[in-house]
Design a protein around this ligand. Structure first.
Ligand code: G4P
Length: 285
């Protein structure tokens, strides 16, 4: 995983690259992390581009299905939404179908004016670690594998020719992580998308707060807790004790316990967890 530091110079360069690429495409494909759709979104893209957009909720294999359904509905108010697990099986076929239906009117207009047919061009955008490269690779590999014997599916220059009417820009647009709200930064740190100024102990306490509220059953089951009507600090101590995490002298090894909990969140050992819902974001806006 890459940890990028967003210095102003870096951000300006990334913005310039995106603005340039946006001029070349008809459609924007915005990838969000299904576990933190709001925190993994950089709203600037909607200011920079008014072009039709498809929203991808990626990493659905790590998010809880009910929450993903809620988020899907939320985003579908404005844009078509596709759910993906870029690392596994995903229905990429939908993307070309949706792109074609979004562009239908425009293409028909062009055709009626006798213009030459041009393939629809799209680009992927998203913040670091949301799965942009994985998505592009799986998309291309899956498609090319399927139609390997047919000519025309080639990577040429910067365009990946998915089929005769759809091309994808092979470099994704990099958006800066949005760190305007405390919760947003915290969620990005919890999923491991960015480093964070909070130490792992404080992060794990914040995580326990979220789990107590949203996933009490998973928390109790995973760590064999008696009850969770307790402070998060006490719960952390109980987990350390249950796991037998001690340092020399017999004190609880809280550091190791905090690291373990964060690792178990990120590897979905605790379960499929979505850290925020549309209702939560109203508090932040
Ligand atoms: P980026 O281009 O947007 O920066 O993200 P990238 O594709 O590098 O993905 C970041 C991490 O997220 C990678 O894991 C990648 O495998 C993982 N990932 C991407 N999409 C999905 C998904 O839908 N589900 C799951 N479970 N994981 C996904 P990594 O640990 O950094 O690397 P590696 O394990 O692939 O080597």
């Amino acid at each position: 995983m890459e940890n990028i530091h967003w210095y102003p110079g870096h951000m300006a360069k990334a913005k310039k690259a995106i603005l340039n690429d946006l001029k070349l495409v008809d459609i924007v494909i915005e990838i969000l992390d299904a576990r933190i759709p709001y925190s993994s979104k950089n709203p600037e893209i909607d200011i920079w581009s008014k072009k039709p957009k498809i929203v991808i909720l990626n990493k659905v294999d790590m998010a809880d299905e009910k929450s993903t359904a809620i988020w899907r509905k939320y985003f579908e108010n404005k844009n078509p939404v596709i759910l993906t697990n870029a690392r596994g099986e995903s229905s990429f076929k939908n993307i070309t179908d949706i792109a074609e239906s979004i562009m239908k009117e425009k293409l028909e207009k062009l055709k009626s004016r006798g213009r030459i047919f041009k393939p629809i061009r799209a680009m992927i955008v998203g913040i670091p670690n949301v799965g942009k490269s994985t998505f592009i690779n799986s998309y291309v590999n899956k498609y090319i594998a399927k139609v390997a014997n047919k000519p025309g599916v080639t990577r040429n220059n910067q365009w990946i020719k998915i089929n005769k009417s759809f091309e994808l820009l092979d470099t994704p647009g990099m958006l800066a992580p949005k760190l305007t709200t405390e919760t947003g930064g915290l969620n990005l740190a919890l999923t491991g998308a960015i480093g964070y100024t909070l130490d792992n102990y404080s992060l794990s306490i914040k995580l326990l707060e979220i789990l107590k509220k949203r996933y009490p059953k998973l928390l109790i089951e995973r760590y064999k807790l008696k009850n969770i009507e307790n402070t998060s600090i006490n719960i952390l101590n109980e987990i350390a004790n249950n796991r037998g995490f001690f340092i020399k002298g017999g004190d609880l090894d809280i550091n190791r316990t905090s690291n373990m909990i964060l690792e178990e969140l990120r590897s979905t050992k605790i379960g499929k967890i979505t850290l925020e819902l549309p209702n939560d974001i109203n508090q932040d806006l």
